[in-house]
Design a protein. Structure first.
Lengths: 313, 158
């Protein structure tokens, strides 16, 4: 079939923030994700190489990209773990990115410094995909979250969504909230312990983009929710460990709570890994959608890679 | 200009007036004129001149150097009240109030210690984009961290 024509507007593009994309582009991405397994049969990315540079520990996101690339017939180059640490010690990020740029067709990067992916994109000729930069962005997670909601509810508009957890240091929650501004949910409730409230910049951004949201307590809004998006506390980003001790275990979603108060159709999402925010008893219940969400990570990233790397090999 | 007794008028060059007291050297730095070079422009600096509007002010006069629009924006960052007077043939050819730049590269550092622009050993300059004029707010292009109003001075690299 020669080149395949999917997601023209994604071709060669950097993926730094969820806000780099329009709603229409995301919807097209989701349509391709629905077809990803079928499209993969032609091995459309045969001969292409994706560099995975993980300067921060990650299993889930890294393996999901790796699996997606391999399903499409492509190859991956991995810099992670000890190797990434020693590379990071031995030379600056700019030089590492130049090396990866020379060895691959696109670079996926995770780094603990905010802005690292944008910086890499300024240096590299190949497209750069942000797999998490510090506490700032995690656009492919946000794409996946919005895709999951689209699969579960047919769309995002009109839904009532609670976002629970670490809204201060959590990049998944921040990216999800920014992603929601591209749609028209009925209401978004921000639910967090006082120390983990969103930073003012994020609230300003949500406001200026016209998202309908307010801060709330879980017990006051649980019965209204269609989606409860839960995140863990980002221990590693606390400037002061004693501050972490004060908030750990400060929220927990239990099956009793959901059965007592939530709508029957409520779905619980979580970018995973979890610590103790969700009771294991929720796993087998009708509320659980976080495993569904995790499973959709591969087709979503397949669609994205086909878009970014697509065209003639 | 009441400081005329101290410094003679210039025929060709620029007078940067109404600089907040203490910021004159910062103005010279953003113009790339500090430290002064032995054979460079003739420069006069007045600290703490009387000002009806401001109480005290600094003034910088540079002979043979005509400040342009882009440079005046950089001046606005270190001296938001400054007025620029470009002088040719002994007359003020153009006078304007400096406006803050839309984007600044290298002049303003990011307050966030885990911003990539602060990572040691990287060939990267901090970049800030204007978010609001009133109140003045810049945001880091890399990490989104804001620098607001009075804090601008704290994060100046000059
Ligand atoms: Zn920054």
């Amino acid at each position: 079939m020669g080149g395949f024509r999917v997601l023209e507007s994604f071709r060669g593009r950097d993926v730094i923030s969820i806000l780099d994309f329009t709603r229409r582009e995301l919807e097209e991405l989701f349509e391709v994700a629905d077809e990803a397994w079928k499209l993969a049969r032609a091995r459309p990315l045969r001969g292409r190489i994706l560099a995975l540079a993980f300067f921060e520990p990650s299993t889930r996101t890294r393996m999901s990209f790796e699996s997606a690339m391999k399903r499409l017939g492509g190859e991956t180059l991995l810099v992670a773990g000890e190797e990434a640490i020693s590379v990071a010690k031995g030379e600056n990020l700019a030089d590492t990115v130049r090396m990866l740029d020379a060895y691959s067709d696109a670079i996926v990067i995770r780094h603990r410094f905010e802005g690292a992916a944008l910086y890499a994109a300024e240096i590299a000729e190949s497209p750069v995909i942000n797999a998490g930069d510090g506490r700032q962005h995690h656009p492919t997670q946000a794409m996946l979250d919005l895709y999951t909601i689209t699969k579960l509810f047919g769309g995002v508009d009109g839904l009532t969504i609670g976002v629970l957890g670490d809204l201060r240091y959590g990049r998944a929650a921040a990216s999800f909230l920014l992603g929601l501004t591209l749609f028209k949910p009925r209401m978004v409730y921000l639910i967090s312990p006082p120390q983990l409230r969103p930073r003012r910049e994020l609230l300003d951004e949500l406001k200026s983009r016209g998202l309908r949201f307010q801060e709330a307590e879980l017990a006051d809004v649980l019965e209204e929710l269609d989606i409860l998006y839960v995140t863990r506390i980002q221990r590693e980003r606390f400037p002061d460990p004693s501050e972490y001790e004060k908030v750990r275990g400060s929220y927990r979603v239990t099956l009793d709570m959901l059965e007592r108060q939530a709508k029957r159709e409520l779905k619980v999402l979580h970018p995973l890994p979890r610590v103790d925010e969700i009771d294991y008893r929720v796993d087998g219940s009708r509320f659980q959608a976080y495993f569904t969400q995790a499973r959709l990570g591969v087709p979503l990233r397949m669609a994205l890679l086909m878009g970014v790397l697509g065209g003639e090999a | 200009m009441e400081e005329g007794l101290l410094v003679r008028r210039i025929r060709e060059g620029t007078v940067v007036d109404h600089i907040p007291p203490g910021r004159a050297i910062a103005v010279l730095k953003v113009l790339g004129l500090w430290p002064p070079r032995p054979n460079g422009h003739r420069i006069a600096v007045v600290f703490n001149a009387e000002s009806r509007k401001m109480g005290r002010k600094d003034i910088v006069k540079v002979e043979g150097y005509h400040v342009g629009e882009a440079e005046s924006r950089a001046i606005a960052l270190v001296a938001p009240t400054a007025t620029i007077n470009v002088i040719r043939n002994g007359v003020v050819e153009r006078k304007w109030k400096a406006e803050p730049p839309e984007e600044v590269e290298g002049l303003l550092s990011c307050p966030n210690p885990t911003c990539i622009s602060r990572k040691p050993g990287e060939p990267i300059k901090p970049r800030m984009r204007l978010r609001s004029r009133e109140p003045l707010e810049y945001r880091c292009v890399y990490c989104g961290t804001p620098v607001r109003g009075g804090d601008v001075e704290r994060y100046l690299t000059v």
